[in-house]
Structure formats: C-alpha cells, structure tokens
Design a protein around this ligand. Structure first.
Ligand SMILES: Nc1ncnc2c1ncn2[C@@H]1O[C@H](COP(=O)(O)OP(=O)(O)OP(=O)(O)O)[C@@H](O)[C@H]1O
Length: 542
C-alpha cells in the first residue's frame, strides 16, 4: 500500500509574502506502472488565494489534485495542512479536514432536489423523517446558494435547471462542508464567456471569504482574470511558480508556459463561400432576428461555428445534424436533398461524423482500450472479408494518434489510463477519421493544452481544405473566432447574426448578440459594406 512518509519538518513559511501556507505538498511522487505522473512535486496553497496550475496534457495536474483531495495516495512525499502533516486514506478524510474537489463533469443526481444533492453522502446527516430533515437541512443549503449568488428554491429538481446552473451547484455541493481549500479540476473547460464570468465571481467570493483555491486550467484568460499565483507543471514536475503581479499579462503567462511568444495569435486566412455555391448542409426555417426565418449553410471546405450561451438553441441544430435529436421546427438538406437522420448511425452512413460534448458521459468507453475507442467507427477500413487486419489496424491507429499529438504508452492500455486531455484527442481523432461529408464537433478541444489545441485546429483546417464541411459548437469564444470562417450567433432559439471571417475585434459584438442586445460598440457600416445579416447571408450562401 502506498503511503506518504511522515518525516516532515513543521510547516515552514512560503515565499508568498511570508504567510504560512494552508496546505503544502512536499516532494509528492506518484507512479502508475511505468508512468511517473508526479515526480517530486512541491506546491503551496494559501488562504484567500487563487493558485492556478497550468501545464500540458499529461503533466500531472489532475494527479496532484487527486492526491491533495485524498482520491490518490502518493507513493512518497508529505502533505502538510495547517502546519501539521496529514495522510488521507480516502476523500472523506480530506473533506473532514476541509479539502474539497470539484470536477468539470457533472455528478449531481438529476432526479433529486438541490437540497438532497447537497446533503447526499453526508454521513448521519439525513434524518429519517422527511419533513424534520428538510427543516434542518434547508438553512445550510440556502446559505450556500447565497454564496453562489443564485436565487433558487432548495426543493428544485436538479434536472429542471440549465446545465450551467448545475455546474455552479457542483461547487455548492463542495461548499456544504465549509472547505478551507477547494481544488477545481478544469471547471471552465466547457463554460462559455458569460458563464465563466459567473464562475469567476464565485471564485472571488471564496477568496474574499479566506478560502484557498487551486484552479487547474488550460485557459490563460482564467489566470489573468482571477489568478493570484501560477504554477507550471511539465512531465510530472513543477517547472515554475510565480505570483501574478500587475506586470504579468496573458502574453507573459503564455511565454512562461510554452517558452515562446504570440503562440495564440496563429490564424489561417479564410474565405466566405462563393455566391451561388451550394451548401453541403443547409438548415432552414430557424427563427431569425428580424422576424424572418434564418438559414445556416455549411459549405464544402468551410468551417462554420454556432455560438451562444447554454440553451440558446444552437445545440439542437448541431444534434439534429448528427442524428442525435430530431429536427422538429426547422428543416435540413444534405447536398440538396431533404435530410433528417433518426440516429447517429444513419448520419454516419451519410458521411457525417460527430464528436459530442461531455467526454465522460457521451463519448468515451471507459472500460475499453485506446485502440478500441479510436477504431470503433473505422473497423471497415481495416477489415477484409469481415476480419480485422490487426497489423493494418495498428498502423492506422498509431498514425492517427501521432497526428493528434496523443501522449500514450500502450495502444492496448485502457483509455482511462490517459489524462483527460489525451482522451479528448483520441475521441477527436475518431470523429475526424469517420467524416466524409460533414464533421460535427462539440467542444473539440475541451481540456486540451495550448500547443495541442493549435495542432488540432490545424488538423481541422487541413480537413476543411481537403473538402470537408465542418460545423463547430464551442463554448470557447477565442477558439470559435480563431477556427471558424463564419460564426452564427444564437439567443433564445433565434439566430441573431452571421459574422463572416470573424476576428478578435468581433468579440464584443458577438457577446452582445448572445445576450440578446445589439452592440453599441459595433461600428455602423454603410449598408453596402456591412457584413451580411442572417437573411442576406442565407441568400448569398444558398
Ligand atoms: N489511473 C491512471 N492509470 C494509469 N495512468 C494514469 C492514471 N491517471 C493518470 N495517469 C497518467 O499519469 C500522467 C499524468 O496524468 P494527469 O491526468 O495527472 O495529467 P493532467 O496534467 O491532468 O493532464 P490533462 O490536462 O490532460 O487532464 C499521464 O501520463 C496519465 O496517462
């Protein structure tokens, strides 16, 4: 059994203003077979501080978070909490000491109320008489909801709430036990620009209340928005740790993370489809802003993004194209023919491949190998007369994993041995390999590190240059702007506008669209030079 050795000196002071750390990890090492996930890692968390942990996929960030929260036991090293060495045999022990962890994936029980979810798993807390229990449990739930800044009836069923509210409630569940330290494992991976602001304000409230936060993230804008300190990890080691002083901006953080400047600025030239060119996928009958119907066209060689807050109506468009959901109040044509796949398999037969959002819930087969997860939709390609050609399968799989920058040791190891970002890359490689007409991507780079993200963007662009049509739904606005040739904005089920060849300068206008406002900041252009409106674009594009 692995143990943390307990030969630590009493907790010392850290460099952070000479204040004693709430938690110190000293020399933590964690091995999984041949993989050294943590290699002599030391890090400190302070009360009232937001400490961001950055690093490439597989760097060891989640392993570190799990050691701190008692999910993993380190093979060597010491945890010092509040000046005393501690050992956690399970997450319950860490929780009892005041350490909580929040994941990106939702874990609440949809059919239970907020109150029941918050109290779930609290030993001895549930009372046998429902009414008595409710009376005792509700005040604490209300306190936590107030901390989150949401006004909700504690008896509301979780499934009746938008996903973004559920994500906030995940934090609420962690706050129930009055933690002094919260580890956030990539909570912003699938949050849009608006939802992120809400999350940041919760983080600031925690900081104001003296709670320490360790924020594991790939987003540099998270760091610049709320970070007090940054630690960079690489290959299981801490390579750098520095405070976020006023002089440090996103460029600096990026440079210290990747060793180079301006990496985020790379962008390919893009073109609007020629007038009269017919769309591979045409979605018509969507409500448009000016009372008219709107049409979204995805052309051969084009990358089209849909952008809005969760529940804006863009999801149902994407899912209808992928055969996951029926198109009820709009219609679709694929290569000019009426189209309405009843299942993803039917969409796949028509040449449409789909990467859903929510890796754990919707896309990954967690008990299967990397090979099986990757080759699932490609068996025909590597089979003859109904038999899989194992050598060919291996060669195709290795090529695809390399092209997608997946960090792995053994093709036949379980996919759950990969870090989250590397799992995502496998799923994306699977989706890309399956498309012959249209590639439908939801959150293509959620949890993927900065370098790999650029490589993935380049692969998507290469696929589009080779003639594929691509439809993207990403909550990451910078990604949407960098990747897409055309972006349609959605608000409350309505297509608000169509931004052709969008750039960073369109950021504010897009945010105004998705909040249902016309942007005052948007320059008034003469009609003849203005970007086409939704309906004008539809006319041009179809
Ligand atoms: N349960 C496990 N079994 C085997 N190997 C594991 C396990 N968990 C993590 N690893 C390996 O440990 C290394 C560190 O993984 P970890 O998940 O900590 O990285 P990470 O920095 O969080 O990456 P990401 O940004 O992709 O989530 C990786 O090489 C990963 O494959």
């Amino acid at each position: 059994m692995s143990t943390l050795s307990l030969h630590a000196a009493p907790c010392g002071h850290t460099a952070a203003g000479g204040r004693a750390a709430l938690l110190e990890v000293r020399g933590a090492t964690k091995r999984f077979g041949a993989t050294l996930a943590l290699d002599d890692v030391s890090i400190a968390a302070h009360a009232g501080e937001i400490h961001c942990v950055l690093g490439e996929n597989g760097a060891g960030k989640s392993s570190l978070g799990k050691v701190i929260a008692g999910l993993y036991r380190a093979d060597a090293g010491v945890l010092v909490f509040d000046g005393a060495p501690v050992q956690f045999a399970n997450p319950g022990q860490a929780r009892a000491m005041g350490i909580a962890i929040v994941y990106q994936e939702l874990s609440l029980v949809p059919d239970l109320s907020i109150r029941a979810n918050f109290w779930l798993g609290s030993e001895g807390a549930r009372l046998p008489l429902a009414r008595v229990g409710r009376r005792r449990e509700t005040p604490r739930v209300r306190e936590v909801l107030a901390q989150l800044g949401v006004e909700l009836d504690p008896e509301t069923r979780v499934k009746d709430l938008p996903v973004t509210t559920q994500q906030l409630l995940e934090i609420g569940k962690a706050l129930m036990h009055r933690p002094r330290l919260v580890v956030f494992d990539e909570p912003t991976a699938m949050l849009g620009a608006i939802e992120k602001q809400r999350f940041f304000s919760v983080l600031r409230t925690l900081r104001d209340n003296g709670i320490a936060s360790l924020l594991i993230t790939h987003h540099i804008d998270d760091v610049t928005a709320v970070g007090d300190r940054v630690t960079v990890m690489r290959n299981g080691r801490v390579v750098e740790s520095f405070p976020m002083t006023g002089a440090i901006d996103a460029e600096h953080v990026l440079e210290r993370l990747t060793g180079r400047r301006g990496a985020a600025a790379v962008r390919s030239p893009r073109t609007a489809p020629a007038a009269g060119e017919s769309a591979v996928l045409e979605i018509s009958g969507l409500p448009g802003r000016d009372d008219g119907g709107a049409t979204v066209g995805v052309h051969r060689g084009g990358i089209v993004g849909l952008y809005g807050v969760v529940g804006c109506g863009a999801e149902r468009v994407v899912r209808a194209a992928a055969g996951v959901q029926r198109a009820r109040d709009f219609s679709m044509r694929l290569n000019g023919r009426p189209f309405g796949p009843a299942t993803p398999a039917e969409a796949l037969r028509a040449g449409i491949s789909y990467l859903p959002a929510g890796r754990q819930a919707n896309a990954v087969f967690p008990t299967r190998s990397i090979r099986e997860n990757l080759m699932l939709s490609q068996l025909r390609r590597v089979s003859r007369l109904g038999f899989i050609n194992r050598r060919r399968e291996t060669s195709v799989a290795l090529d695809q994993l390399r092209a997608s920058a997946v960090k792995f040791a053994d093709l036949d190891a379980g996919i759950d041995t990969l870090s989250g970002g590397n799992q995502q890359k496998v799923l994306l490689a699977r989706a890309m390999a399956g498309a012959s007409a249209l590639l439908v991507l939801e959150e293509p780079t959620a949890g993927v590190d900065i370098d790999a993200k650029q490589q993935i963007h380049e692969r998507i662009r290469a696929a589009s240059r080779a003639g594929l049509a691509v439809l993207v739904l990403s909550s990451d606005l910078p990604e949407t702007l960098a990747l897409c040739d055309v972006v349609y904005t959605f608000f409350a089920g309505t297509v608000m506008d169509c931004h052709v060849a969008p750039a960073a300068g369109d950021h504010d206008a897009i945010l105004a669209d998705i909040l249902g406002q016309r942007s005052a900041a948007r320059p008034e252009q003469p009609r003849s030079q203005a970007a086409p409106t939704v309906n004008e674009w539809s006319l041009q594009a179809t």
